[in-house]
Design a protein. Structure first.
Length: 255
């Protein structure tokens, strides 16, 4: 279990939550955890935005979406309560790179993962942020965290996103599979690393719910990701699997 220490409302659709957790406080940049808020709802995978081993705390963003699991957490989570189950930190740490111009591209709750990685890489790289505003999360909601970036670019949608005229060695994205797919097309020939979004029910590769087709082979983002070369992801297969699992979860909730 983990205790909720603080819940900050960043906007009507976004909250920053601080947990007391010895294990999660050991998280490395880019790692995530799986949370089961109460006994019955499905598990939810969330980026660890900040971890503090001295205080045994970990912070994450929770966004209110049309998904019933995230909706229940967002509407009800409050300081003083205990989370039924947490598992993590999970996934691989984002690789260390040096001397590169890096563009971080995010949308919605994906900013949490980008922030974690950007803080890790800032001292030895030039880092910029391109943020896609949505109806749920706007760059203004995150203004307390964007000062770590050299430059911040703002866009109204994925469709309006385009190169800003600067040359980058590495593109890093989080928050949307559609965004990751678009970045591969826009920055053809460049390295694009994206946090793949897929349902994760465990963090050890046993349930296979997160499996994707990657470079023609099966890959498990929960243990081999979540940060992967976006050019090797089969996004059509990923979207098909996501829809199938979503239908199964909807039926199970009704039964």
């Amino acid at each position: 279990m983990a205790e909720v220490l603080e819940v900050l409302d960043l906007s009507k659709s976004l909250k920053l939550v601080t947990l007391k957790s010895l294990y999660l406080s050991k998280a490395k940049p880019g790692q995530f955890f799986v949370m089961q808020y109460k006994e019955k709802p499905e598990r939810l995978a969330l980026f660890i935005m900040e971890a503090d081993q001295q205080k045994n705390t970990a912070k994450f963003l929770i966004q209110r979406t049309d998904d019933i699991v995230s909706m229940e957490v967002f509407d009800n989570i409050k300081p003083g309560e205990r989370i039924h189950y947490v598992e993590g930190p999970a996934g691989k740490q984002f690789p260390l790179v040096e001397g590169k111009n890096i563009l971080f591209v995010g949308i919605n709750w994906g900013f949490a993962g980008l922030y974690s990685v950007a803080k890790h890489l800032k001292s030895k790289n030039h880092i910029d942020l391109a943020f896609i505003n949505s109806d749920s999360v706007n760059i203004e909601d995150l203004k307390g965290f964007t000062d770590i970036f050299e430059n911040v670019y703002e866009y109204s949608s994925i469709d309006t996103f385009g190169p800003n005229g600067k040359s980058y060695d590495l593109i890093v994205s989080a928050g949307s599979n559609d965004l990751a797919k678009e970045l591969v097309n826009i920055y053809e020939g460049k390295e694009v690393i994206s946090a793949v979004i897929t349902r994760m029910l465990c963090t050890v590769g046993l349930c296979l719910a997160c499996r994707i087709q990657y470079d023609g082979k099966l890959k498990l983002p929960c243990v081999e990701g979540p940060w992967l070369d976006a050019s090797k992801i089969d996004f059509e297969d990923l979207n098909r699997r996501h829809l199938i699992l979503k239908e199964v979860l909807v039926r199970s909730r009704k039964s």
